[in-house]
Design a protein around this ligand. Structure first.
Ligand SMILES: *[C@@H]1O[C@H](CO)[C@@H](O)[C@H](O)[C@H]1NC(C)=O
Ligand SMILES: *[C@@H]1O[C@H](CO)[C@@H](O)[C@H](O)[C@H]1NC(C)=O
Ligand SMILES: *[C@@H]1O[C@H](CO)[C@@H](O)[C@H](O)[C@H]1NC(C)=O
Ligand SMILES: *[C@@H]1O[C@H](CO)[C@@H](O)[C@H](O)[C@H]1NC(C)=O
Length: 374
């Protein structure tokens, strides 16, 4: 048995489309990963990367959404690195785990058996820097390379307090035929399939067994973020006790236990569990929108204040985003600073403003973050 813990809300993201020409499409095969990294990237995206999907495309298509990243072979890493940084600042273990998984999934290339280029830059976060992307399963030595990547990914997920078996979802397809003129191999690419067609069509080839994962992560303990993980785990545990034994839901975590060979069935179960988790999250957020403002930072360039943060349920919320509760106060305050920073930058860039610059907003954001952590 293999236990997949998915974040419920990420599964109800609706179909989403982009006006670009695809090459060897499989970039939507692991949609759950894109849907989970997207909100983390959106928290702070200084390079203006348009969407995580671009990092999985070949250079020509990737260029259309790479923002200020010019080394397209490093777009996947840069996207993962920024999403991880943001998730870490927010104390979001799920977000960190999916940023790591995203870094490790295969990137499109132009032919079956052709490996993608490895990024030649060093990521800011050592957890991201430890990883590279899966390679085309028909490329040289791919099964050993991909297995090594998955085991390293499991270690990195464990090091931030996540479930290391999640690393298995970074796996790819069965090898295609070298010389296949369509370059498609055994892939799938369905844009509106959640959690992703590689799961719903049962095409995932797992790189390792759970025993191998357990052996790989033995002795690894979570670092600074373990408090957030423990808190999330205990929230999940209390919700689990109230749910049926097949599916446990809470405001943000869905646990579904599936056999490794029943992924297609699992996808349906995951989707329905996600719907009820989302409903629970909405109800919880609505029920607790009162309280004292815990955001003490008073800077307000352009009249834009950092939105209030209040205690809500067993955690905290930014009052402008009650649908996204936080398990710890520092994360909620950080999000409040981020919202102020985004609005400040918009104001700085609006026509007619000459009073302050985006750089001033950056400085204010640093002060806001410093106030939050004191
Ligand atoms: C944590 O990250 C997940 C995955 O991206 C996201 O769906 C969820 O909303 C985040 N949780 C909070 C409290 O922001
Ligand atoms: C990395 O590769 C890019 C693209 O080939 C090249 O322009 C750049 O100089 C390389 N950077 C390093 C640090 O080797
Ligand atoms: C195959 O890949 C593994 C894992 O990266 C590596 O240890 C091994 O040396 C590689 N073998 C060959 C023949 O390249
Ligand atoms: C502000 O405007 C400049 C110039 O148009 C642009 O390069 C920059 O990305 C904008 N920044 C933000 C945060 O909107």
């Amino acid at each position: 048995m293999l236990s997949y813990k998915f974040l419920g809300l990420a599964l109800v993201v609706s179909a989403w489309a982009l006006p670009f020409k695809r090459e060897v499409p499989q970039e939507h095969s692991h949609n759950i990963v894109l849907a989970s990294v997207r909100p983390m990237l959106d928290l702070n995206n200084p390079n203006n990367i348009e969407d995580p999907v671009f990092g999985l495309l070949g250079d020509a298509a990737a260029a259309a959404g790479a923002g200020s990243i010019t080394n397209l072979d490093c777009l996947q890493q840069a996207t993962a690195d920024q999403a991880f940084t943001n998730a870490k600042a927010a104390g979001n273990v799920t977000g960190m785990a999916f940023s790591l998984i995203y870094r490790a999934i295969e990137r499109n290339t132009g032919a079956v058996g052709l490996a993608s280029v490895i990024c030649n830059e060093t990521a800011t976060n050592p957890e991201i820097a430890a990883l590279t992307q899966h390679q085309d399963p028909a490329s040289t030595n791919a099964s050993a390379i991909n297995k090594a990547i998955t085991l390293e990914l499991a270690k990195q997920i464990a090091s931030v307090g996540g479930d290391p078996t999640l690393a298995l979802i970074s796996g790819t397809f069965a090898p295609g035929q070298i010389g296949d003129p369509t370059a498609k191999g055994n892939t799938c690419d369905v844009e509106d399939d959640e959690p992703g067609c590689i799961f719903s069509q049962n095409l995932l080839v797992e790189d390792a067994t759970t025993a191998e994962i357990s052996a790989a992560v033995a002795g690894i303990s979570a670092t600074a973020t373990s408090a957030a993980a423990a808190s999330a785990t205990s929230a999940a545990a209390s919700a689990a006790s109230a749910a049926d034994d097949e599916t446990a839901t809470c405001a943000s975590i869905v646990t579904v236990t599936v056999t490794a060979s029943a992924t297609a069935t699992a996808a349906t179960e995951i989707a329905s569990a996600a719907t009820s988790a989302a409903a629970t999250a909405t109800a919880t957020a609505t029920a607790s929108a009162t309280g004292t403002n815990l955001q003490t930072f008073t800077g307000a360039l352009g009249g834009v204040t950092a939105p209030s943060v209040i205690a809500a349920g067993s955690g905290f919320e930014v009052t402008t985003e009650p649908e996204d509760p936080f398990v710890n106060l520092a994360a909620a305050l950080g999000r409040s600073c981020d919202i102020q920073h985004n609005q400040c930058a918009d104001a700085a860039n609006s026509s007619g403003n000459s009073a302050f610059t985006v750089g001033d907003c950056d400085t204010q954001d640093t002060q806001c973050k410093a106030a939050s952590s004191s």
